[in-house]
Design a protein around this ligand. Structure first.
Ligand code: NDP
Length: 263
């Protein structure tokens, strides 16, 4: 029996166990997927190895620590320094990033987006900003603190904190902060959020499974919005494909993972 897990803090809200176990159970794949509440990201590797995990997903706030924990990082994760999926290859931790492709899939329905404002500058924002720039999209980033903005400046994004933000028109505003996991929390002061929402065509939120205050306000303003559920599903399918390494058919993985969303 193979064991997989998601590491995070908080992690109780994660739907990943439901999604991956739905695939394993329905396709008779001898594996089980669980949650691990990890506070100290520097303990990720020793925890992974001591539990003899075959693979893992990593969520807030450990995606950059996960990059550092890997023995080898492949593909897009190597470029951005952010890992959300780890596969155990003969005792070596191999890191990947499936978030960015998952999000690109999720926003397809918004059509031709040319100009995005990202709220937040964490691991998820890094991966998404880099993917957007690669796709020819103009990216602005606003974060509450300055320390994490240097990465985005080097990437060619326009960068702001809450004090020096200058309002412009955006096609899409994306909340990539973890504000909203707690009730009543907005990703920036409310006056700023009001101004931003009044100047965008679409809104996306990476948090799923609840209407965050940010999403609620966007809906009240009749803006076309979506939460993080489609992104979660798409990144999960890509991660599961890496976990089972071609032993299951992609169409079957997609079918049973999508089905878990209707449970
Ligand atoms: P990180 O911890 O790397 O980054 C968090 C970011 O949020 C930082 O920019 C931080 O600002 C900001 N932040 C945290 N709390 C607040 C607050 N109260 N007000 C304003 N800003 C705040 O997290 P990740 O990037 O890994 O994840 C972010 C979110 O994305 C999580 O909620 C995660 O669950 C979700 N997610 C969802 C996915 C999906 O499939 N739907 C996939 C990936 C992520 P500062 O730099 O100042 O600390």
């Amino acid at each position: 029996m193979k064991l997989f897990a998601i590491f995070g803090d908080p992690v109780a809200h994660s739907r990943s166990p439901l999604m991956h176990n739905s695939v394993f159970k329905n396709l008779n794949y001898k594996a089980c997927y669980t949650r691990i509440h990890l506070q100290d990201g520097s303990k990720l590797k020793e925890t992974f190895l001591s539990l003899k995990l075959s693979g893992a997903n990593i969520t807030v706030p450990h995606k950059e620590a996960a990059y550092a924990a890997c023995d080898e990082v492949r593909g897009f994760a190597k470029k951005v320094g952010v890992v959300n999926t780890i596969v155990n290859e003969n005792g070596r931790l191999i890191g990947y990033n499936t978030d960015a492709d998952g999000f690109m899939f999720a926003i397809k329905e918004f059509g031709d987006v040319k100009n995005i404002l990202i709220l937040g500058a964490g691991g998820t924002a890094k991966a998404l900003a880099s993917k957007f720039i690669d796709s020819g999209i103009k990216v602005s980033v606003m974060n509450r603190s300055d320390s994490r903005l240097s990465y985005f400046k080097e990437l060619g994004c326009e960068c702001f904190n809450w004090d020096n933000f200058e309002i412009k028109k955006y096609d899409l505003v994306l909340n990539s902060t973890s504000a909203g996991l707690k009730d009543k929390e907005f990703p920036a002061p409310l006056a700023l959020i009001e101004q931003i929402l009044n100047n965008t065509s679409f809104v996306a939120e990476v948090i799923y499974g609840k209407i965050t205050p940010f999403l609620k306000l966007a809906k009240e303003k009749n803006i076309t919005c979506k939460d993080g559920a489609d992104m979660l599903l798409a990144q999960g399918i890509l991660a599961n494909e890496l976990f089972v390494n071609s032993e299951l058919k992609s169409d079957d993985i997609e079918h049973y993972m999508s089905k878990s969303f209707t449970l």
